[in-house]
Design a protein around this ligand. Structure first.
Ligand code: EPZ
Length: 418
């Protein structure tokens, strides 16, 4: 367990450049397995989840070379179809190898994925869709998954019950090399889906409709290599925006895709922050006297992202008035609530609703992070709290944030790993 010592911080000032998006990099790196030539992925964040993905690729037989934020992958020699349980268990995105490995090698043997525990995270929609495309997917009582190509590996029309990000990605990864046309109805529209499709299109895939309700993919015989730059991470950008709003200050956040963040920026303006946008830079100025955000309802993109829910709950704890959160995406994504209560927040949570009444100030305490975005929210709440706090479970941050405490320290935060 890794720990952060966080002391009360009076304002953040300066500039920070946003890293590449974790949730783009992971599916794109997985997709390189499907390519017959070398791929170069730039702006790839240095994260523990990225390292796990690269380890899996190496174990499958790909040649992987990483230098700073650029990764070169040659999957032409990948022949292994098995992924060990310890690797699968480290993150949710490992499930994307189900279709990538099967499509490349004809069969796959892996396990159920791990990842942040946000309530039940089944993979039934992934399995149902791949089965409809002619893949035979079985699981045994030890949590092993076996998948193989039956006689025909064909495109199909898939209707997703909800726009699942992971299921949409798994279907895309299967469909690009399947025979014929695949249509995904009710597809996820997240910018990270569009980034994956942009990469695959550079490799020769035929995809239309990414970012819309319906994605259409016509399978091709082979994919070539390509060079691609991962988009910037909208949730990391949201973290710096939320921290500046809560602690006060004046921060310029560079390398942002403004259009992907409209819903976040609208709320920050509504609660009393000044937000100026110019090209790929957003400046946020906050004087800390914030109004409560009111109602925050998590929804699939372009709605308010579930990954930003904990961050805005942290802000609400010291904003004037009452905020109501409705978590619609995951069943158990309020694990940060008890920890915020330990800082002196006033929150009543039941099922998917949380009601937060702003208090005058928070007070430092010992905190335990239980998931990635919850850890970030607790870190910024601890910076806002009077006195000092110890945050245990800081390794969650390393899954999604490059140099979390170093970047915050540069802006004036009193934070260090102990
Ligand atoms: C992705 O998870 C992200 N992870 C999550 O980010 C993000 O919170 C989530 O999408 C929603 O935006 C990655 O991209 C690696 P879903 P994913 O499938 O794909 C249910 C972070 O902090 N469902 O869109 O797992 C599911 O249980 C992480 O960076 C089924 O019931 O999310 C959930 O309630 C955490 N059956 C809902 O759909 C299925 O087969 C949405 O999940 C699939 C999903």
């Amino acid at each position: 367990m890794s720990r952060l010592l966080i002391e009360h911080t009076e304002g953040l000032y300066g500039r920070v450049s946003i890293q590449g998006a974790k949730n783009s990099a992971l599916p794109i790196l997985t997709a390189t397995l499907l390519c017959d030539d070398v791929c170069v992925i730039d702006n790839c964040p240095n994260l523990s989840d990225v390292d796990v993905t690269l380890d899996i690729l190496s174990n499958l037989g790909a040649k992987v070379f990483k230098e700073k934020n650029s990764v070169t992958i040659d999957s032409s020699g990948a022949k292994n179809h098995r992924i060990a349980k310890n690797m699968m268990a480290k993150m949710r995105a490992s499930i994307l190898f189900l279709s990538a490995v099967t499509s490349k090698i004809g069969r796959a043997e892996l396990c159920f994925p791990g990842g942040c525990r946000l309530g039940p995270r089944p993979i039934d929609w992934h399995i149902k869709a791949l089965s409809k495309m002619g893949l035979n997917v079985r699981c045994n009582c030890n949590g092993k998954l076996f998948c193989k190509v039956e006689k025909n590996f064909n495109g199909a029309e898939i209707n997703l019950p909800l726009p699942s990000v992971g299921a949409t990605e798994n279907i895309i990864l299967a469909a690009v090399l399947a025979k014929g046309k695949t249509i995904i109805n009710n597809a996820a529209k997240e910018p990270e889906i569009c980034d994956l499709c942009d990469f695959l299109s550079k490799c020769g895939a035929k995809i239309t409709g990414a970012g819309q309700n319906q994605i259409e993919i016509v399978g091709v015989d082979k994919l070539c290599g390509a060079k691609h730059r991962v988009i910037s991470d909208r949730i990391v950008a949201t973290t710096f925006l939320a921290a500046t709003a809560m602690l006060s200050g004046d921060v310029k956040i560079e390398n942002i895709v403004f259009d992907d963040m409209k819903v976040i920026i609208d709320i920050l303006r509504r609660i009393g922050c000044t937000v100026n946008a110019k090209c790929d830079t957003v400046q946020i100025i906050s004087n800390k006297k914030l109004k409560a955000p009111g109602e925050i309802i998590t929804e699939p993109y372009p709605g308010f992202p579930t990954d930003a829910q904990a961050l805005f709950m942290a802000i609400s704890t010291i904003s004037q008035g009452v905020s109501i959160f409705v978590e619609n995406i995951f069943k158990n994504r309020y694990k940060h609530v008890d920890e915020l209560l330990n800082l002196g927040a006033n929150i009543k949570a039941f099922d998917k609703i949380a009601v937060v009444t702003g208090v005058r100030e928070l007070h430092g305490n010992c905190l335990y992070a239980k998931d990635l975005r919850g850890a970030a929210a607790l870190a910024i709440a601890a910076m806002a709290a009077k006195g000092s706090s110890i945050l245990t479970g800081a390794e969650y941050l390393d899954r999604g944030y490059e140099n979390f405490e170093i970047n915050f320290k540069k802006l004036g935060a009193k934070i260090r790993r102990v």
